[in-house]
Design a protein around this ligand. Structure first.
Ligand code: SAH
Length: 344
């Protein structure tokens, strides 16, 4: 069975030919998919005979809404979707004055093992297919009746560990006849898988790259991010520079601040040395405490002190505003709580 939402318009046209149908039917179906058709019956101008044929060999691909929580303190919404195999994924929608950003998941679970992250506690379950990634956006648009303008690949999973499906997803989401989300409005966050970062640079699609650095020291990084055993900071930052050169885009350096772990003045200064002359900005993320771990965020004044040190040295720095703190924390925690039956 083929998931039609995995296909580009061109691929759908080709697919029609393989089932002895004219190619233009592919364009019609494609257009119905992005109008939100959930079943072949929703596709008004498709003949019954074709619908019956399609039922036998394909399906559209629809996530099932399992739970939706709306924040009372900001306009964010969190969604849990059920996949066809019963797995659950989490999607977050954040509404700002000028844009709507959706944080999408890329894998069920994750195998990178970052110590402060809830998504990785049970390891990787499986990669998401392109349609399972793209449908998160379609379902949020359907629910909110608003157009999603920006995307961050910062939900569960490591996008560069599901690279083929991520590339396909990026192509689909950018398509003018599809969701038409501009590459410049998409940010992909990685824990630093060097060869894939270079490959991403080489395909030259101008999305924004965000790197999860979290420490300027290799040994400290290994302690909190086991994937750091495989890639040294120097090589990761070289890959960032390569990305900047290939795409002309400024890279974001994500730095989750953990009290007593990576928040000292010495670490700020080391970070400055590492990032000097690089077209980047730093995004400080006060760590969200995950119940299974005991990481605390530094005091607000300490966070702003860290920011000030970087800024005084000409490194543009922002502090990430945590949204939806009243609806299940962040970073995969809602999915986890749901799994453990703590939220209904
Ligand atoms: N696999 C990608 C996407 C992960 S989520 C990556 O590693 O970049 C996006 C960001 O949130 C990453 O920087 C990640 O390290 C960070 N993060 C995950 N859990 C967190 C938590 N509990 N508190 C603060 N930041 C967290």
């Amino acid at each position: 069975m083929i998931a039609l939402k995995n296909l580009t318009e061109e691929e759908l046209k080709q697919f029609m030919k393989t089932i002895d149908e004219p190619a233009y039917r592919g364009s019609q179906i494609y257009s119905w998919i992005y109008k939100g058709a959930k079943s072949f019956d929703d596709m008004k101008n498709i003949p019954k005979t074709l619908k019956e044929k399609l039922e036998k060999v394909s399906y559209i691909g629809n996530l099932k809404l399992e739970l939706k929580l709306e924040s009372k303190i900001d306009n964010s919404k969190k969604y849990l979707f059920e996949l066809n195999d019963g797995n659950i994924i989490e999607t977050v929608m954040m509404e700002y004055e000028d844009r709507i950003t959706v944080c999408i998941s890329n894998q069920v679970g994750c195998r990178m093992g970052c110590k402060f992250c809830a998504s990785t506690l049970d390891g990787l379950i499986r990669n998401l297919e392109p349609w399972e990634i793209i449908d998160q956006i379609l379902k949020v648009q359907e629910d909110t009746k608003k157009r999603v303008s920006n995307l961050v690949l910062m939900g569960s999973g490591e996008p560069l560990d599901n690279f083929e499906n991520t590339k396909k997803f990026l192509k689909l989401v950018n398509d003018k006849n599809g969701l038409n989300i501009g590459y410049r409005h998409i940010t992909l966050s990685t824990c630093g898988i060097v060869p894939k970062m270079k490959e991403l640079a080489d395909i030259k699609i101008p999305i924004n790259l965000a790197l999860s650095l979290h420490s300027p020291y290799d040994d400290k990084r290994v302690e909190i991010m086991p994937v750091a055993k495989a890639y040294k900071i120097k090589d990761i930052l070289d890959a960032c520079r390569y990305y900047i050169k290939s795409t002309n885009r400024r890279v974001t350096i994500e730095y989750s601040l953990i009290k007593g772990v990576n928040d000292s003045e010495k670490e700020a200064k080391e970070l400055i040395k590492l990032l000097k002359g690089m077209l980047c900005h730093v995004n400080l993320i006060p760590v969200n405490n995950v119940e299974e771990r005991d990481f605390k965020r530094p005091d607000k004044s300490h966070i702003y002190k860290f920011k000030e040190i970087l800024e005084k040295n000409n490194i543009p720095t922002t502090v990430r505003n945590s949204m939806g703190s009243d609806i299940g924390g962040a970073c995969g925690q809602l999915r986890r709580k749901h799994k453990n039956s703590e939220v209904e």
